[in-house]
Design a protein around this ligand. Structure first.
Ligand SMILES: [Zn+2]
Length: 311
C-alpha cells in the first residue's frame, strides 16, 4: 500500500463505483453499488455511503491527508460541491462533497480531508489524459457519445473547469441556429442529432425497424443497411461541427471519443472524420486527430486524477 493513494467515486444514473487508486493508476480496492431508484435523497446516498465506508480500511491510516475525487452526471456546481443529475431525480442541489466529507470525517481528522467534484465528461477527459488515449499530449478534448453527448478538456495538463465546472458542454452547443428547440431551451444542439436515441428515432422515422437502440442501429449500418448508414452520417455531421467548433475555440488538436455509441467503431468514426474535414478548416486545427478512447473506467480513474490534483 503506497502512501499516495486517493479515493475516487463515480456516480452515474445506474451505478455508483468507488475505488482506492494509487499514483500509478492502479485500483487497489473497489466497490460497486446500483444507483437506488428512489425519490428519497437519503436512500440514493446510502449507496455512496456504504461504498465509501467499505473502502476506508484500504486507505493507509498513516496518510497525512485523505484526497477524494468525485465524478458525477450533471449538471453540477463544482465550487458549491452540489449535484443535480438529470437521471437521479432525488438529487437536486444535493451537497455530495459535504456529505462524503462527513462520512470520512467519522474516521479521519476532518481538516485533513480534501474533496473535489467534477462532471462525468470532465472526469472522462482527465482519465483518458492520465492513462488512456491522450496520455502523450498536453492538451485534449474528451468526448462521450452515448444516450447523451458530454465533454471536457484538459488544457496544458490541467482540467479546464470553467467558472462553475461545466466547461466544454459539447452536447448543448448549437450546430444549427434555425434548428428545433432542444430540451435545454436552445436550438439545434449537437445532442439532438447525434445522441444514440436521436439516431434511432431518426432511423425509425425513415422506416427502419431493426431494433430499439443504437447498438442495433450501428450493427445494421455495419451490415450495409442504407437507412442506418444515412442517419448515422447525418448525426455525425452535426457532431463533427460541434467537435470542430470546440477544437477551434480551444486550439486543441487531439479529441478522444468514448461512450457506448462510439464503441461501434468505424461506422461512427469514419463519417465523423470525413465530416470533420468540412468544419475543422483553419490551419491550426486542420490536422485535428480523433482517437478512440482506451479505458473502460475513464470516469473513475479521472476522479482519481482529480483527487491527486488537490494540494
Ligand atoms: Zn440543448
Amino acid at each position: 500500500m503506497t502512501e499516495s493513494a486517493v479515493l475516487a467515486i463515480d456516480i452515474g444514473g445506474t451505478k455508483i463505483a468507488a475505488a482506492v487508486v494509487d499514483s500509478e493508476g492502479t485500483v487497489v480496492a473497489d466497490q460497486l453499488r446500483p444507483t437506488a431508484v428512489s425519490t428519497d435523497a437519503e436512500t440514493v446516498f446510502a449507496g455512496v455511503e456504504s461504498a465509501v465506508r467499505a473502502l476506508l480500511g484500504s486507505l493507509a491510516s498513516t496518510m497525512d491527508r485523505i484526497r477524494v475525487g468525485i465524478s458525477s452526471a450533471g449538471p453540477i456546481d463544482g465550487p458549491a460541491g452540489t449535484i443535480s443529475p438529470v437521471n437521479i431525480g432525488a438529487w437536486r442541489g444535493f451537497p455530495i462533497s459535504a456529505r462524503v466529507h462527513a462520512v470520512i470525517a467519522e474516521q479521519y481528522d476532518k481538516d485533513a480531508i480534501r474533496v473535489a467534484l467534477a462532471g462525468d465528461g470532465h472526469c472522462f477527459a482527465l482519465g483518458e489524459h492520465w492513462l488512456g488515449a491522450g496520455r502523450d499530449v498536453d492538451s485534449m478534448i474528451g468526448m462521450v457519445l452515448s444516450t447523451g453527448v458530454g465533454g471536457g478538456a484538459v488544457i496544458n495538463n490541467r482540467l479546464f473547469t470553467g467558472v462553475t465546472g461545466n466547461a466544454v458542454h459539447l452536447g448543448h452547443i448549437s450546430v444549427n441556429a434555425w434548428g428545433p428547440r432542444c430540451v435545454c431551451g436552445g436550438h439545434g444542439c449537437t445532442e439532438m442529432y447525434a445522441r444514440g436515441p436521436a439516431l434511432v428515432a431518426a432511423a425509425k422515422q425513415r422506416g427502419w425497424a431493426g431494433g430499439d437502440d443504437a447498438r442495433a442501429l450501428t450493427a445494421a449500418a455495419r451490415a450495409g443497411d442504407e437507412i442506418a448508414l444515412r442517419v448515422i452520417d447525418h448525426g455525425m455531421r452535426a457532431l463533427a461541427a460541434g467537435i470542430a467548433t470546440t477544437a477551434t475555440e480551444l486550439d486543441v488538436s487531439v479529441v478522444v471519443l468514448g461512450g457506448g455509441v462510439s464503441k461501434a467503431g468505424a461506422v461512427i468514426f469514419d463519417p465523423l472524420r470525413r465530416h470533420l474535414l468540412d468544419f475543422a478548416v483553419l490551419d491550426y486545427v486542420k490536422d485535428l486527430e480523433l482517437r478512440p478512447a482506451i479505458l473502460e473506467t475513464a470516469g473513475l480513474l479521472g476522479a482519481a486524477a482529480l483527487a491527486f490534483s488537490q494540494e
